[in-house]
Design a protein around this ligand. Structure first.
Ligand code: 5AD
Ligand code: SF4
Length: 469
């Protein structure tokens, strides 16, 4: 399963000092891509690359792309057109700029990129980031594109340097990559490859480093994160719930999350862990895609709507303040008005605090793209509008129901206005309150006072420090 926000532009990430050269990374897509950008900045830092604010001031630009939804490649090619101009201008001034395309578009369309955009120096797939320094060195010496999209995933994690420890109060930790589920509509199994789980020892070591570097919350990442089954030092295989119990032992780690999950891999022990691990936040992103059994079968999701209802009930039984988030696709080939009504009924019945919904878009090479009975665009539009109106209402209701509650916030940094601090509730809602900037990285209780479309206002109650500042 992939993470949400597939076609939103993620934050631009750049590398660490000391820097003699400047690196600009533009990131599209899911949390996995954001994490990968951080790792690319990490591997380039020893080569002297530090952060650039804009491509104009950069000696190297990396486009870290996402392929999950349509038009991704067009966006990359139009960006590459602009960067060609920049590269030429710089060359005119005697300055060299290395241009790299990374991520899923690079994986899927590497050859096309070198053919259509020969000014690109490096094309690399998600499994080859550890080879960046070597490729950069070669690219800076010679002209001509480097292509590297074919490398066993197991080696990626072994060969990357240790993750930068100071990601801030909220850190991401990739524990799993790839997917073997082959949903009819999805490119991930083709672009990210087969499912791979990192071993227990590597994950625990990385988590401890992150906490020592100031992380109070760790979000475990994976396209299919709850299918994780990592090898433990004694040779046995752990499941995700076991890993969560072990991570919860790390002193100073106040919050745990994991994303993105598949309903089929929500085993009993994992559901129960939500009731037993206080650090595990009462919020889960669990994509269901459709409420119709017929469409779920056509999507090759491998479960019926009933399973999702059961998981939602069991999670709320285990943890009564549990809130759910999900992904939906409207207009999958063969979806009728009655199928859409089943999706609407599922949303009504389950109730979501947050959700991402998309019109089905055919992805070349996926089974659904070739299926007959494609739903007309106008019908997809109408269904999406209806679904999004309901999801928006549920999100507003959820946020409004939080007003008046006293909850613990993890403060992440300064707010938008002077004197304000910003943080997150246990349910991932952005919160702002008047308070000292020194609270960043700490927990403090608030009373939630107002709900806005995408955030909540709060007033500070007592300040509780989990660890010394
Ligand atoms: N069309 C529309 N939405 C898609 N997603 C994945 N592939 C497609 C597609 N071909 C959505 C799914 C997934 C989310 C990350 O993106 O809902 O869970
Ligand atoms: Fe998620 Fe299915 Fe795509 Fe795998 S194939 S990443 S389970 S949507």
């Amino acid at each position: 399963m992939t993470s949400p926000r597939p076609d939103s532009a993620g934050p631009d990430v750049a590398g660490a000092a000391p820097a003699r050269k400047k690196l600009f990374i533009r990131t599209w897509g899911c949390q996995m891509n954001v994490y990968d950008s951080t790792r690319m900045a990490d591997v380039l830092a020893p080569l002297g690359y530090g952060p650039a604010e804009t491509p104009e001031e950069a000696d190297m630009v990396i486009l870290n792309t996402c392929h999950i939804r349509e038009k991704a490649s067009e966006k990359v090619f139009s960006d590459l057109g602009r960067l060609r101009q920049l590269k030429e201008e710089k060359a005119g001034g005697g300055q060299k700029m290395v241009l790299a395309v990374a991520g899923c578009v690079a994986q899927a369309e590497g050859a096309e990129i070198t053919a259509r955009a020969p000014w690109v120096d490096i094309v690399l797939g998600p499994q080859t980031y550890h080879r960046l320094p070597e490729m950069v060195a070669r690219a800076s010496r010679a002209a001509g594109a480097q292509i590297d999209t074919d490398f066993p995933v197991e080696q990626k994690f072994d060969l990357l340097p240790e993750v930068r420890a100071n990601q801030g109060p909220v850190a991401f930790l990739t524990i799993q990559e790839g997917c073997d589920k082959f949903c009819s509509f999805c490119v991930v199994p083709y672009t990210r490859g087969a499912e791979f789980s990192r071993p227990v020892a590597a994950i625990l070591a990385e988590a401890k480093r992150l906490v020592a570097g100031g992380a109070r919350e760790i979000a475990l990442l994976g396209q299919n994160v709850n299918a994780w089954h990592g090898e433990a030092p004694d040779g046995s295989s752990w499941t995700l719930s076991r890993l969560l119990y072990a991570l919860a032992e790390i002193e100073g780690l106040a919050r745990l999350r994991y994303t993105t999950s598949h309903p089929r891999d929500m085993d009993e022990a994992l559901i129960q862990a939500h009731g037993r691990i206080p650090q595990l936040m009462p919020f889960l992103h669990l994509p269901v895609q459709s409420g119709s059994d017929k469409v779920l079968a056509a999507m090759n999701r491998g479960h019926k709507a009933e399973l999702f209802y059961r998981i939602a009930d069991q999670l709320r039984e285990a943890r009564p303040d549990m809130a759910l988030s999900s992904d939906f696709i409207v207009g999958h080939p063969g979806e009728t008005a009655a199928d859409h009504a089943a999706t609407m009924a599922l949303v009504e019945k389950v109730g979501f605090a947050l959700a991402y919904s998309f019109k089905y878009s055919p992805r070349p090479g996926t089974p659904a793209a070739g299926q007959p009975f494609q739903v007309p665009e106008a019908e997809k539009d109408a269904r999406l509008q209806e679904l999004q109106a309901l999801l928006r209402r549920q999100q507003d209701d959820f946020n409004r129901a939080c007003v008046g509650r006293e909850v613990e916030i993890l403060w992440t940094g300064a707010g938008r206005h002077p004197g304000q601090i910003a943080g997150r509730t246990p349910w991932l809602q952005p919160v702002h309150a008047m308070g000292p900037a020194a609270l960043a990285g700490r927990m403090a209780r608030v009373r939630l006072t107002a709900a806005h479309p995408n955030s909540l206002s709060a007033v500070l109650l007592d300040e509780k420090e989990l660890t010394p500042a």
